[in-house]
Design a protein around this ligand. Structure first.
Ligand code: SF4
Ligand code: SF4
Length: 385
């Protein structure tokens, strides 16, 4: 991290990184939650700088401040400096230094130990995979796609409909797919974002070696976090393969699974929440919208903060479990569901199991259950007849 010290010093603390393009609101989720500059990008960078120079000692609280960053990349979009593309890498690098020194906050330690011991952050054994994931076909050589579920979709009850309806859409699209079943292990994206580079590499190697053994050529991920690490890191590890997020498959096969919108979603407006790891990290803004718009009868309305200006749900970088931004009406997920409800939409569509869990919970906390249903894209489509 020391090698970045002089660049960090060039941060003006001007604060552009806190806002969306039109400066209409605070758009750094950590700053929105705590409203102290040390939780904003510039403040956080200066905190790292002071720590590197030995001006402030390490403390659990200092480390927690670093881990309130969800790696959402709003700052990367908004900072006017040449170093903007590197900002999140610096934050991750500082975390990596802390990991190496064994100086990480308790929740982060628990998360990493669980992935190390169980292959997932939820301390679940392979036998505890949820029943509807066990019923899925196993991948065998010659199958078109490997369906990579990811840890949340494998173990979290709240993602049940998402998994079932994705599979239904793939069946309707007429593609062949199979899962790794008990052999799937954590993709390593959050572990990397938390600065545990070595463990993240080991997880990637384990998954890649399974892909190789089975001759996998094409992977569909349910989770944008898995999509991100496979697209941007696995590809450079000696076994190139195609990576698709399930929204791309839904959009591509929209004709085969097309609906005239009926049933419980008829007449409801839909608003779409861009997941940071699909949107800002990988620039997939239009494809998920296309997946909804292809179905005759949906009215898509946008929240004021959308696409590159979307407001993070607060779940990135393992916060869908660690949740360092919870506990306030200013918690990002609660802000986001209020924003969604203000559009008049009855459905908040998401494309990430992490966003699904965070935003569903926030709808309950905000007592918006009568007005707003949170559903992933495949569920929105499945409920349209
Ligand atoms: S990170 Fe960029 S936008 Fe944010 S305070 Fe520093 S120079 Fe300004
Ligand atoms: S990546 Fe997101 S949460 Fe982290 S400092 Fe930048 S804007 Fe804030």
């Amino acid at each position: 991290m020391k090698r970045y010290q002089s660049q960090i010093h060039r941060c003006f603390r001007c604060g552009y990184c806190k806002f969306p393009t039109d400066y209409s609101a605070y758009n750094c989720p950590a700053y929105s939650r705590f409203r102290f500059d040390t939780y904003s990008t510039g403040g956080r960078l200066w905190l790292i700088y002071a720590w590197l120079k030995g001006e402030v000692p390490w403390s659990e609280h200092l480390a927690e401040i670093l881990y309130t960053c969800t790696t959402c990349k709003n700052c990367v979009e908004q900072c006017p400096m040449k170093f903007a593309p590197e900002i999140v890498d610096w934050i991750i690098e500082a975390r990596s230094d802390m990991v190496e020194q064994g100086k990480i906050p308790a929740r982060v330690k628990r998360f990493l130990e669980s992935v190390y011991n169980y292959g997932n952050p939820l301390k679940k054994t392979a036998a505890e995979r949820l029943p509807w994931t066990k019923g899925l076909k196993k991948y065998k050589e010659g199958t078109q796609y490997l369906l990579f579920l990811g840890c949340l979709a494998s173990y979290e009850e709240a993602t049940r409909e998402m998994v079932e309806n994705c599979v239904k859409a793939l069946d309707e699209a007429g593609v062949s797919y199979g899962t790794l079943g008990d052999d799937e292990t954590c993709c390593g994206n959050e572990v990397y974002a938390m600065g545990e580079m070595e463990l993240s590499k080991q997880l990637a190697e384990k998954n890649i070696s399974k892909f190789k053994e089975l001759g996998v050529k094409s992977v569909i991920t349910l989770c944008p976090h898995g999509y991100n690490i496979m697209k941007n890191q696995y590809q450079n590890m000696g076994y190139p393969f195609e990576v698709l997020h399930y929204s791309q498959v839904l959009a591509k096969h929209a004709d085969e699974i097309a609906r005239k919108v009926e049933g419980e979603v008829k007449g409801k407006k839909v608003t779409y929440h861009d997941p940071c790891y699909l949107g800002r990290h990988n620039k997939l803004y239009e494809t998920p919208r296309k997946a909804i718009a292809a179905h005759n009868g949906f009215e898509l309305v946008e929240m004021p903060r959308n696409r590159r200006d979307a407001f993070c749900c607060g779940g990135g970088s393992g916060n869908f479990i660690n949740d360092y931004l919870a506990g306030s009406k200013d918690s990002p997920a609660r802000i986001r569901v209020r924003e969604a409800a203000e559009t008049g939409a009855g459905i908040l569509a998401v494309a990430c199991p992490g966003c699904l869990i965070m935003l569903k919970e926030a709808v309950k906390t905000e007592n918006l259950e009568d007005r707003l249903q949170v559903m992933d894209l495949a569920t929105v489509i499945a409920k349209s007849k």
